[in-house]
Design a protein around this ligand. Structure first.
Ligand code: EPZ
Length: 427
């Protein structure tokens, strides 16, 4: 297993280009199944999760391949609606394939995605939505068998604005007969990106970005060329790292409008933010100020995917802060590792109580999940001394060579690959 080795204490400076958004690219790759032909996608990041989704598409008979900086997905030879269990277990986001496969074949067999380190990750809202469109769903052991002789538009209300459920329903409804309305829909930018992609293929969807989305079913979708939006979570991670190391960093090819809540909280912490079109500058010349209370909740509120990263800034701030996590029940797994590095944090249910300390100290720590791992990278960059981060594969699921990203900003961060793996790669 790879490790990251960081010599901390350097301020970050310079400029980085933000990659395309993982959480936009995954549903859009799945949505390619709704059309019959060759889709060209630009600005797709090189990530483990993307590779798994491409492998699943290929196992379904499609041909998904990298071509220069593009990903080309030819779905004309798609011939299966069985999502393979081994790949499903590698990436629970495969659940996004239910809607497209139902829309394409009227049938899908998939496996329970199961929970993960950050929580139970239920899918009841996905299944409720697909049933409302006419799907007959049978859950047998770990398998989910789903059939729909015809998908018919319906009015669907989500008890919680689930991102994945909103996306699955949108994709299934695109080729349904009649009109579908989703109320209490998720409002994330990635939902808007999916709407724009589906409409570019001939779909008829309005309202993404609001809590009510209306999908007018169409007969057929035509393959298109599409560019994925910038990754707001990667951008936010870099912004927080710049502030935590008291650096001065420029981000290009990003979308500041997707980060309004983070920008607001960073400014409350005394961080200077500059915005000009798709460029942002972040600088923090003094110790960050404590922020009395931050609560994660669905977009456009403070994103759960930046909670663990922001906790590093609070751990180094000049006072006492409270971080409340309301989206996932298991998203504080980075706290134990941070206390090993000298942070003063206590947990009570879904609240973290953080008392700022002057500095963190390097240590050997373990990434437990994607964003907790990113938080440990930021902690290592800001800490005094050497930090070794193990289980780096969690981080590689969502960041395209995170060590290169921060090396470009002057960080002393190296990836150590075990010799046997180097030999495998060489052969
Ligand atoms: C998406 O996950 C993202 N993943 C997550 O990013 C992100 O944290 C999350 O949205 C919230 O913004 C992708 O887009 C690939 P949800 P998703 O359905 O769709 C409960 C990252 O770090 N729920 O909005 O799974 C669920 O248990 C990842 O990049 C139900 O109860 O999120 C959770 O508590 C992590 N029933 C909450 O809703 C359901 O049917 C949010 O889940 C579905 C969800």
């Amino acid at each position: 297993m790879d490790k990251l080795v960081i010599e901390g204490g350097r301020t970050l400076s310079g400029s980085v280009r933000i990659h395309g958004a993982k959480n936009a690219a995954l549903p859009i790759l799945a949505a390619c199944i709704l059309t019959d032909g060759e889709v060209h996608l630009h600005n797709v990041p090189r990530l483990l999760d993307i590779e798994v989704m491409m492998s699943i598409l290929n196992r379904l008979g499609c041909q998904a391949r990298h071509e220069q900086e593009m990903i080309i997905v030819d779905t004309s030879s798609a011939n299966s609606f069985h999502v393979p269990e081994d790949l499903m277990k590698q990436m629970r986001s495969s659940i996004f394939l239910m809607g497209p496969l139902l829309g394409r074949f009227g049938e899908v067999s998939i496996y329970q995605p199961g929970g993960c380190a950050i929580g139970e990750r239920k899918i009841d809202l996905h299944l409720q939505g697909l049933r409302a469109l006419g799907a007959v769903i049978e859950e047998k052991d770990q398998q989910i068998l789903c059939k729909a002789s015809k998908l018919v538009g319906a009015d669907i209300h989500l008890d919680f604005p689930s991102v994945g459920a909103t996306e699955n329903i949108m994709m299934a409804a695109t080729l349904a007969e009649g009109t579908t309305t989703i109320t209490n829909a998720a409002r994330e930018p990635e939902i808007q990106d999916l709407q724009n992609f589906l409409n570019q293929m001939g779909g008829s969807i309005i309202g993404a970005g609001t809590d009510t989305i209306t999908i007018q079913g169409v007969k057929k979708l035509i393959p298109c060329t599409y560019e994925i939006i910038p990754d707001r979570i990667e951008a936010g991670t870099v912004m927080i790292a710049a502030a935590a190391t008291r650096g001065n960093v420029t981000l290009t090819h990003c979308n500041p409008a997707h980060l309004t809540s983070l920008i607001h909280v960073l400014k409350r912490a005394g961080v200077q933010i500059g915005v000009c079109n798709d460029i942002m500058t972040v600088s923090c010349m003094s110790r960050p100020r404590a922020v009395e209370r931050i609560v994660t909740s669905p977009y456009p509120s403070f994103p759960t995917d930046l909670q663990s990263q922001f906790m590093i800034l609070l751990a180094l701030s000049d006072g006492f802060s409270v971080m409340k996590e309301t989206v996932f029940e298991g998203r504080f797994k980075h706290v134990n590792e941070l206390t090993v590095m000298g942070a003063d944090i206590s947990i009570d249910l879904n609240c973290a109580f953080i008392r700022g300390v002057q500095r963190l100290y390097g240590a050997t720590v373990e990434a437990t999940d994607l964003r907790a791992g990113a938080a440990l990278v930021i902690a290592g960059l800001a800490a005094q001394g050497k930090t070794i981060i193990e289980q780096v594969h969690h981080i590689d699921r969502g960041y395209d060579q995170i060590e290169v990203l921060f090396q470009k900003l002057g960080a002393d961060i190296q990836r150590h690959t075990p010799v046997h793996k180097q030999l495998d790669l060489a052969n």
